[in-house]
Design a binder for this molecule. Structure first.
Ligand SMILES: Cc1cc2nc3c(=O)[nH]c(=O)nc-3n(C[C@H](O)[C@H](O)[C@H](O)COP(=O)(O)O)c2cc1C
Length: 171
């Protein structure tokens, strides 16, 4: 797909077809997109968890309160280690930025293959840490379901956004 089409087409999907799993080779392509993301000092402090097995899926779904997630056949978790991330002299740690870029790369790659996603931050972090045995130096800032839209991708809608002149200045 043309890059700007991918960017414009991506929307948060909250209705998945539970019967259509994503072929493994496409999950690998999505992971490759995450791997290609930039990170501060190229430290790549991340790990991408593609969860597809029923037992673990069930546990991870319980970490989010909206039941539409139950229909998504996969959930992608991006986790990373604070101690592996770059730290600026003033103490700024790049972990959240690095992980966010990687997730965005993977969400856009998914869209490129017609795979729907929804950035989720409102998960129960404490529960998720327990379910996934997240170590004390590790963080998860976002998770996303991955799957095919229940309406077959017909859900495209007008994006509600501020006008360009309200958010961009060409100076
Ligand atoms: C940091 C962040 C956190 C979000 N958390 C949630 C969430 O917990 N649940 C949800 O349904 N959508 C969540 N979203 C999706 C936003 O609601 C959505 O991106 C926004 O409304 C714009 O719509 P669009 O993604 O369809 O373009 C989140 C998005 C971002 C960037």
């Amino acid at each position: 797909m043309e890059f700007m089409t991918v960017v414009q087409n991506r929307v948060s999907c909250r209705a998945y077809d539970p019967k259509r799993v994503i072929p493994q080779e496409l999950l690998v392509k999505i992971a490759e997109a995450g791997k290609a993301a930039p990170s501060a000092a190229n430290l790549q402090p991340w790990k991408f968890l593609f969860i597809s097995t029923p037992d673990l899926l069930g546990k991870v779904r319980e970490c989010y309160s909206r039941r539409w997630i139950d229909n998504a056949p996969h959930i992608l978790i991006v986790k990373g280690s604070r101690t592996r991330a770059w730290v600026r002299r003033d103490g700024y740690n790049s972990l959240e930025t690095d992980l966010t870029i990687a997730m965005d790369h993977m969400i856009l790659a998914a869209e490129n293959y017609g795979i729907a996603s929804c950035w989720i931050a409102a998960f129960d972090n404490e529960k998720l840490r327990e379910v996934l045995s997240i170590q004390s130096d590790e963080e998860v800032f976002a998770i996303t379901p991955l799957g095919y839209s229940a309406d077959g991708g017909e859900r495209r809608r007008e994006k509600k956004r501020f006008d360009l002149d309200q958010v961009a200045e060409f100076i």
